[in-house]
Design a protein around this ligand. Structure first.
Ligand SMILES: [Fe+2]
Ligand SMILES: [Fe+2]
Length: 335
């Protein structure tokens, strides 16, 4: 079977029969019994999916046990809108999910979704690292990026923001640019710009030890939930410090930035202007992407509870037209 339909071309009401990567399958229990939630992806985007089967819990559990995240499956179901978001519901097509499609001709070009500019983000990160004026700190950041090629491949998160190949590099680059802009844009605050950039680039480095490639996707490793990326990142820079020997003051500040980068939710709140700059940049990068992706699934003129940002989103009108709508008209329309 050839890949004959892409996610960008699916509209509510469509009968869908095509091949997609199945990601993040979870077994759920509801009023109507067991069902599976997962995300379908291909090169053009992602689509939430619910697998109901034909109403037997045992059948749904068997399918769930057989599903391997990151693999390609034939998905046969109906597209509909639920709470403002389009999703695919699979009922009688459930049997196709027993075995993945393993044909040799499956190509990453059809199945890997990544809006990230991988080359540009990599170049930008190294260029920012080179702008650090203190030699040992500059070398430390560069050595960290060079030691973990996965930094440029893994997503930044499972669902919420930058949840695609190359997402971690894109997010880290954004955080570094925004945190540096904050350091430049504030008057009368003695900010260590070198430390802001180093901390921003490395704040999520623990995510290189949180994901592993599987099929056309990435799965999160147990350490992601059991240890958490902050601690994993601190372990990584601790090991690097044994080889590189940063001045103690710089290493202490870097550790603090990693430890406190989640702000109010971190084990320790930021204690320096540089740590706040990284935290605000981190929050801003995540929130902008969460809201933007929620808005892409929101019809104009409707208020929807965004499934990523956790709050309400609304597509405001603009006198010069809706940029998201124009983008969709160029690429194919969801609504
Ligand atoms: Fe983080
Ligand atoms: Fe982050």
């Amino acid at each position: 079977m050839e890949k004959n339909l892409f996610i960008k071309d699916i509209s509510p009401g469509d009968r869908v029969d095509s091949m997609f990567v199945v990601e993040h399958p979870s077994l759920m229990s509801g009023k109507k019994g067991k069902y599976i939630t997962c995300t379908l992806t291909d090169a053009t985007g992602s689509l939430p999916c619910k697998v109901w089967g034909t109403g037997q819990d045992e059948q749904v559990t068997r399918i769930y046990d057989a599903l391997t995240a990151g693999m390609v499956y034939r998905c046969f179901g109906n597209a509909s809108v639920f709470r403002g978001t389009m999703e695919l519901n699979i009922n009688d097509g459930v049997g196709y999910l027993c075995t993945p499609v393993t044909a040799d001709h499956l190509s990453a070009e059809d199945y890997v979704y990544s809006p990230a500019d991988a080359e540009g983000n990599k170049k930008g990160l190294f260029s920012l690292a080179r702008s650090i004026t203190r030699g040992p700190l500059r070398d430390f950041v560069r050595a960290a990026l060079e030691a973990y090629p996965l930094f440029f491949e893994v997503p930044a998160a499972r669902y919420k923001h930058h949840a695609y190949a190359g997402g971690l590099a894109e997010h880290s680059y954004e955080v570094a640019r925004m945190a540096a802009a904050m350091a430049d844009g504030v008057s009368g605050v003695a900010m260590d710009r070198d430390m802001v950039i180093a901390g921003a680039i490395l704040h999520d480095i623990g995510k290189v030890a949180s994901f592993e490639k599987q099929g056309f996707g990435f799965i999160s490793l147990p350490a992601y939930s059991l240890v958490g990326h902050t601690t994993l990142g601190i372990q990584i820079i601790g090991r690097l410090q044994e080889q590189r020997g940063l001045p103690e003051e710089d290493f202490a500040h870097l550790l603090h930035i990693l430890q406190s980068h989640h702000g109010e939710y971190a084990e320790v709140r930021p204690h320096s202007a540089e740590a706040w700059a990284v935290h605000f940049g981190d929050n801003a990068s995540a929130m902008f992407h969460e809201v933007d992706e929620d808005l892409r699934e929101t019809p104009p003129g409707e208020v929807v509870k965004g499934r990523r940002c956790g709050g309400l989103v609304f597509r405001f009108e603009r006198p010069d037209g809706d940029p998201l709508q124009q983008e969709k008209e160029c690429q194919g329309t969801l609504f």
